[in-house]
Write a protein that binds this ligand. Structure first.
Ligand code: GDP
Ligand code: IMO
Ligand code: MG
Length: 455
């Protein structure tokens, strides 16, 4: 059906695997379907061979997307993961909040590694700028909050920047290179110094900040463009776009475990508002899930393990935050979360990652529902209070107790591993189209019949 609708996008890919594969270069959204860090960066890197454009549409440098290629390990915070594939153009969309210092640093780092960003990295003139007062407000608010109210933010200024955007007092990348910037900035600093004083935070010298930001503006100017026109023109020419979600559904400002969330729409809907590409131009949504669950920062996590198994998952999975280095909390796969994710995002298939981390588990558990105060929840409750009090209802399956990292086909997985994937498909109502069995590019396989069709 896609072939008929999109003749331009049908492509015959050779050499991508042992057999010749017909693929569809559909405009695709890829989102994290849990609490972030599902392995989005790695999966994007694998599938960018089929896309000319990769677009970040929300979040900022709170994200950390890891890509391992050979013995090189890249952790990208603001740059779309497509930057590592030559020939792929990358956009930081209007929905992203940009810290110019962080962006400049990341550009310099990849350039030093021989990766050119010239004429292939574009930053929206509508993207909001993270200012030093945003970072300070984030840090001091977190620092002063009572333990139970701490969100565990990355302290990158993300929340206060989105708050200013909604309050219509934000500064955008387009403003940064506009003649009106000095006066706009002075006004904002004057006002924010009052807030910083109230938080017992250091206040800012407007002229010092101005000098810094003008220097970044000069070096970033060539990247700042109207990305809405750019992307829609690319789409009209039949070039295909991959939208790279940051964070995950449960950290989404509307659908996550509010208030323990980030401040943007990490769900599929955010791709349209965060890029200016309309919904009817998007043909496919891929949800990335880990074979278990992790969370970094505070907030409810029903399947969290506080025992030796949790510690082992953290150790084998190397579960430390890519941005802050904080240890990630670990637990079993939560099918309530995954089903909810599938509904909210319209997920066509799962990319299931870190299957290999379960290789040594004799018994594997899947949460199929929650119980709280005598009530069973099969759908995600909105209340953080309920989530904190609930107990997961588990199903158990035998583990496979054998390494899987070398495996390249579903049929070659050990029988209990195939049964686990099949059970996850049944419980979530969504097929698995990509399986990742290690951090490297080639520790990945695609289940062709699922990948090439829409459910
Ligand atoms: P992202 O934020 O969703 O891009 O994920 P992160 O990069 O923050 O965290 C995922 C981590 O898991 C990274 O260190 C990846 O290199 C690693 N990873 C991704 N897929 C796999 C996999 O299938 N197996 C293992 N063992 N590690 C993986
Ligand atoms: P990627 O894209 C995991 C979490 C923080 C905190 C909450 C709010 O790598 O999956 P913020 O700084 O955004 O205001 O913090 O959100 N968080 C993430 N957790 N992965 C991420 O990104 C995250 N980005 C933010 O830990 O709990
Ligand atoms: Mg991450």
């Amino acid at each position: 059906m896609l072939m008929a609708l999109e003749p331009l996008r049908a492509v015959l890919l050779m050499g991508a695997g042992p057999e010749i594969q017909v693929r569809f270069m559909a405009n695709t959204i890829l989102i994290g379907a849990q609490w972030g860090d599902e392995g989005k960066g790695k999966i994007i890197d694998v599938i960018t061979t089929e896309h000319q454009w990769v677009v970040r549409y929300q979040g900022g440098n709170n994200a950390g997307h890891t890509v391992e290629i050979g013995d090189q390990r890249y952790v990208l915070h603001l740059l779309p993961s497509g930057i590592l594939r030559e020939g792929c153009s990358c956009v930081i969309g209007n929905g992203v909040v940009v810290d110019p210092a962080a962006l400049k640093k990341e550009i310099d780092e990849v350039e030093a590694q021989g990766i050119s960003t010239k004429d292939r990295l574009f930053v929206s003139d509508r993207a909001h700028v993270i200012m030093p007062y945003h970072r300070l407000i984030d840090e001091y608010r977190e620092g002063r909050a009572a333990i139970k109210d701490k969100i565990g933010t990355t302290k990158r200024g993300i929340g206060p920047t989105y708050a200013d955007k909604a309050a219509r007092v934000g500064l955008r990348m387009g403003d940064l290179i506009d003649a009106s910037f000095p006066n706009q900035l002075r006004k904002r600093i004057h006002e924010n110094n009052r807030i910083l004083e109230a938080l017992n935070a250091p206040t800012l010298d407007a002229e010092e900040v101005l000098e810094q930001y003008q220097a970044w503006a000069t070096s970033l100017q060539p990247y700042i463009v109207d990305t809405v026109t750019l992307l829609n023109e690319a789409d009209r020419k039949g070039e295909s776009i991959l939208f790279e979600g940051a964070q995950g559904v449960m950290l989404d400002i509307d659908f996550g475990t509010y208030p323990f969330v980030t401040s943007s729409n990490a769900t599929a809907g955010g791709a349209c508002t965060g890029s200016g590409v309309p919904p009817h131009r998007i043909e496919r949504v891929i949800g990335v899930v880990k074979a278990y669950t992790t969370r970094v920062g505070e907030g409810p996590f029903p399947t969290e393990l506080h025992d030796a198994t949790g510690m082992e998952l953290a150790k084998v999975g190397n579960e430390f935050g890519s941005t802050t280095g904080r240890p990630r909390r670990c637990g079993w796969f939560d099918a309530v979360v995954a089903r909810y994710s599938a509904v909210v995002n319209g997920i066509d298939f799962w990319a299931l990652t870190k299957m290999d981390v379960l290789d040594n588990q004799p018994v594997i558990r899947i949460a199929v529902a929650y119980e709280c105060a005598g009530r069973t929840y099969r759908d995600m409750p909105a209340s953080v209070g309920v989530l904190e009090a609930c107990r997961p209802v588990y199903e158990e399956m035998p583990g496979w107790m054998t390494p899987t990292t070398h495996i390249q086909r579903f049929e070659d997985l050990p029988e209990p591993a195939r049964a686990y994937l099949t059970r996850l498909e049944e419980i979530t109502g969504v097929r698995v189209g990509i399986v990742s069995v290690g951090p490297q590019r080639d520790s990945t396989f695609i289940i062709e019949d699922v990948y090439a069709t829409r459910s």
